[in-house]
Write a protein that binds this ligand. Structure first.
Ligand code: NAD
Length: 294
């Protein structure tokens, strides 16, 4: 039976690293990183996500800069709010909680976030940097998966990796991140002809389809590493895209749901916010020293 990946433990480690990094920044220039979460409307799931992000941010020693707008806020109102946060030197990271109410254009609002403050890694700018293999802020869930694979020393260079799902949020950036690590990546989606046959080739299988129980033993190569990104609320608690019990009998390494990928997402959001704050600090220092010498 497969060894289980302990996402809770790895996430706790990442959060501690971030808290240490924040303390170091504060010691250097007296200012803690600030995370601005922007919530539009009152979607109950989004309320919970944003509350958890704000708590985690405070627990890491960062400044919680929450902004709430009414569900009938106009595109222009939100645009202006993001514009103010973009200019504010106390704001290290901006997170626009999705989904937005239907009358709004999310892509246009996301792209108002400066790439250096885009801690969800979802702007076209950061997606482009990732596609080109350049430094930037990466989407939190895929970078959390990459961190789990590293923590468990799963070899990626040259390995056959199959990603199921091509969303902008998870599947696509996941494939790009693994490609940047020299994996041989196959990206499957809802139009893939024989998903099980593709998935069975994988030494590392990452499943982010949003379909409960899509993947089982028929789709898993013996000994493979299987990462389940899916989250579904059922009457028996949270379940993933992978049929856990039967897959555990075939895989070598497997994430449980809950307690696998889930806890990593917020941990990587904190890591991105610290990264953004460090870059901003470096820029400020460069500016100061150039002014001094000039
Ligand atoms: P999405 O609906 O935007 O994308 C799903 C993707 O899966 C699509 O590209 C689609 O082509 C593909 N797909 C759908 N059905 C398929 C099938 N039968 N065979 C092959 N491919 C199929 O979803 P998303 O935002 O990428 O999220 C995926 C899942 O991950 C959801 O369950 C979501 O709740 C979960 N999620 C978890 C976290 C976390 O923190 N753990 C974060 C984000 C999303």
């Amino acid at each position: 039976t497969a060894e289980l990946i302990d996402g809770k433990a790895v996430a706790a480690r990442v959060r501690q690293e971030v808290a240490d990094g924040v303390a170091e920044l504060v010691a250097q220039d007296g200012q803690a990183p600030g995370l601005a979460t922007v919530l539009v409307g009152e979607d109950p799931a989004s309320e919970v996500y944003v509350r958890n992000k704000r708590r985690a941010c405070v627990a890491a020693g960062m400044v919680d800069l929450h902004r709430r707008l009414p569900g009938d806020a106009s595109q222009q109102q939100i645009d202006e709010e993001i514009g103010r946060l973009a200019e504010d030197p106390g704001v290290s990271g901006i997170l626009l909680q999705l989904p937005l109410p239907g009358h709004l254009d999310p892509d246009a609002l996301i792209d108002r976030i400066p790439a250096g403050k885009d801690v969800d890694g979802l702007t076209a700018g950061n997606a482009g940097l990732l596609a080109q293999g350049r430094d930037g802020l990466r989407p939190c869930t895929p970078s959390g998966v990459a961190r789990l694979l590293d923590e468990y020393a799963v070899p990626l260079a040259g390995a056959k990796v199959v990603v199921v799902g091509r969303s902008v949020l998870v599947g696509r950036p996941m494939a790009q991140l693994l490609l940047a690590r020299d994996a041989t990546v196959t990206l499957c989606h809802s139009r893939t002809k024989d998903l099980a046959a593709e998935a069975r080739e994988a030494e590392v299988l990452v499943v982010a389809a949003g379909v409960p129980g899509l993947i089982g033993r028929e789709s898993v190569r013996p000994g493979a590493t299987v990462i389940d990104v899916g989250i579904h609320r059922t009457e028996n608690g949270l379940r993933g895209d992978v049929r856990f019990a039967e897959t555990r009998g075939v895989a070598g390494l497997l994430t449980p749901v809950p307690g696998g990928v889930g806890p990593m997402t917020i941990a990587m959001l904190l890591a991105n916010t610290l990264q953004a704050a460090r870059w901003q600090q470096n820029r400020t220092n460069e500016l100061r020293s150039s002014q001094c010498s000039g």
